[in-house]
Design a binder for this molecule. Structure first.
Ligand code: SF4
Length: 478
């Protein structure tokens, strides 16, 4: 069977920098290829770099790809903040294609029945991990017998079966990166490594999380607990990736790379033994309470230059309110340890907690100035369907509203639980947060990159600024 997988399009004003690879889709593609299917990926995100920013052009290219490739099955990846893009894609695709079409991913897992009702062009949706369900559908199995599938019956009713987890992650072939636009994803950039100007690829060596923070959708898609690829699998994949793509960095975006300390240490030792520590820089995400001096020393020796921590807040009441399961002191200690051991530490923060006011924002910024992580970023709290926070805060946006771009973008830009308005927050951020963030980032970039590395970045920045100035001038003269 010919299977086409589609990755959604987030609207950008400028060509986006490369970021994490869509590994979920690449794992799916590899699994289907392994079962003998012909697979293609249309990545609407990276298409912005090759086709242009206009959605109409990307849509036209997608439809012409469908006409040319003539798939027997189309699978669309869904995420809630971009569900409007899936809605539009399904409607467009149905104008030129009458074969099987399903959607999978976080959004369908959270709202399977509603997604099927709202998107009449879909035959079914897949919940949880997609590999086995999609392969069974591609093999022509009756959808009603495939685990993890909601299917539309002829009379408009739905059939559904429970999802099953993949027990042995090593049974999965390495992701089919050859189907992605790797020229784009391996462009040099400073986004993935938080200021390090590197070409890089991302890897994922585990699935799931043992925690259940109120705002997080991880356990919804991946079920209970964490499953790991073996150290052998990770090393073989790493060596293959580095052989196929001449990159300077590898970013492991596991939720918590250190969750199994013994396994993490084995990976470090194997990297050291293979000499890869001299060839690449690498980075990880980890929870603060797992960070200790011994592991940090080993991480550093084996080439790890960056650890990202989901600090979320410097207020214990906020951490507790979303069941983060960590203390402010543990976050402070982890940041101090990383600094002492010479590993860059990036702190991810959330703003917009329930009842959060301006004084809370001031306290958070003060904490960052005192604690001094190498870099940091604040993200507004996003309330995803299927999470405990969604249910607690009313849990009805997707049920009550149309899934249009305007509605969804408005929902994810406002904060449904904080007590300050969007305008107040933006104003405060502009005055206090942004100037500090910019200063900090510039200093970090200068500190971690040799001057020659910075040259293309400086040229790009000058071009962008000149472009903006020119545009402003044109607008003024008009
Ligand atoms: S936010 Fe991080 S620690 Fe919490 S449940 Fe999600 S992945 Fe796990």
């Amino acid at each position: 069977m010919k299977v086409l997988l589609i990755y959604p399009y987030p609207r950008h004003n400028t060509i986006p920098d490369p970021y994490w690879l869509p590994l979920g889709l690449s794992f799916l593609a590899a699994f289907l290829k392994d079962k003998g299917h012909t697979v293609s990926i249309f990545d609407r995100y990276s298409s912005q770099a090759s086709i242009g920013l206009e959605k109409e052009k990307i849509n036209a290219a997608m439809l012409s790809h469908i006409r040319e490739f003539q798939p027997d099955l189309i699978g669309l990846n869904t995420v809630s903040p971009l569900i409007y893009d899936t809605v539009e894609c399904v409607e467009l695709i149905r104008q030129v294609y009458s074969g099987l079409m399903v959607a999978g991913g976080h959004h369908t897992t959270a709202l399977p029945e509603l997604t099927l009702s709202r998107l009449p062009g879909l035959d079914g949706v897949v919940v949880g991990e997609g590999e086995t369900a999609l392969a069974a559908l591609a093999a022509g199995k009756a959808p009603t017998s495939v685990p993890g599938v909601w299917w539309r019956n002829g009379d408009g009713s739905f059939n559904h079966t429970a999802a099953v987890q993949i027990e042995d992650l090593d049974s999965l072939p390495f992701p089919a990166l050859d189907l992605m636009d790797m020229k784009f994803y391996t462009l040099p950039g400073r986004r993935v490594f938080r200021g390090y100007y590197l070409t890089s690829v991302s890897m994922l060596t585990s699935r799931g999380c043992v925690r259940k923070c109120d705002f997080c959708s991880e356990s919804l898609t991946y079920g209970k607990g964490v499953r790991f690829h073996s150290v052998d699998y990770v090393m073989e994949w790493l060596e293959r990736v580095l052989c196929d793509y001449k990159v300077e960095g590898v970013y492991f975006h596991d939720n918590d790379f250190l969750i199994d300390e013994n396994r993490a240490r084995q990976i470090c030792e194997r990297i050291l033994a293979s000499g890869l520590n001299k060839k690449i820089k690498w980075g990880i995400q980890a929870r603060a309470e797992r960070i200790n001096r011994d592991t940090l020393k080993l991480l550093r020796r084996s080439g790890c230059v960056l650890i990202e921590i989901g600090v979320e807040s410097s207020l214990q009441k906020q951490l507790d309110s979303v069941k983060k399961g960590v203390t402010v002191t543990a976050n402070e200690k982890a940041i101090a340890l990383c600094r002492r051991e010479g590993i860059s530490v990036h702190a991810n923060f959330i703003t917009g907690f329930e009842g959060e006011g301006i004084l809370d924002l001031e306290e958070k910024l003060g904490w960052l100035k005192r604690t001094k992580p190498s870099t940091f970023a604040w993200f507004p709290l996003q309330v995803y369907p299927g999470t405990q926070l969604y249910n607690r805060s009313g849990g009805s946006f997707f049920e009550k509203n149309e899934w249009t771009e305007d509605n969804i973008r408005e929902y994810y830009s406002r904060n449904p639980v904080s007590s300050i308005t969007k305008a107040q927050r933006e104003d405060w951020m502009k005055q206090h947060y942004t100037p500090y963030l910019k200063r900090k980032n510039r200093l970090h970039i200068l500190r971690v990159n040799p001057p020659l590395k910075l040259a293309p970045f400086v040229v790009k920045k000058i071009k962008r600024t000149a472009g903006k100035l020119l545009n402003n001038k044109k607008e003024v003269s008009v």
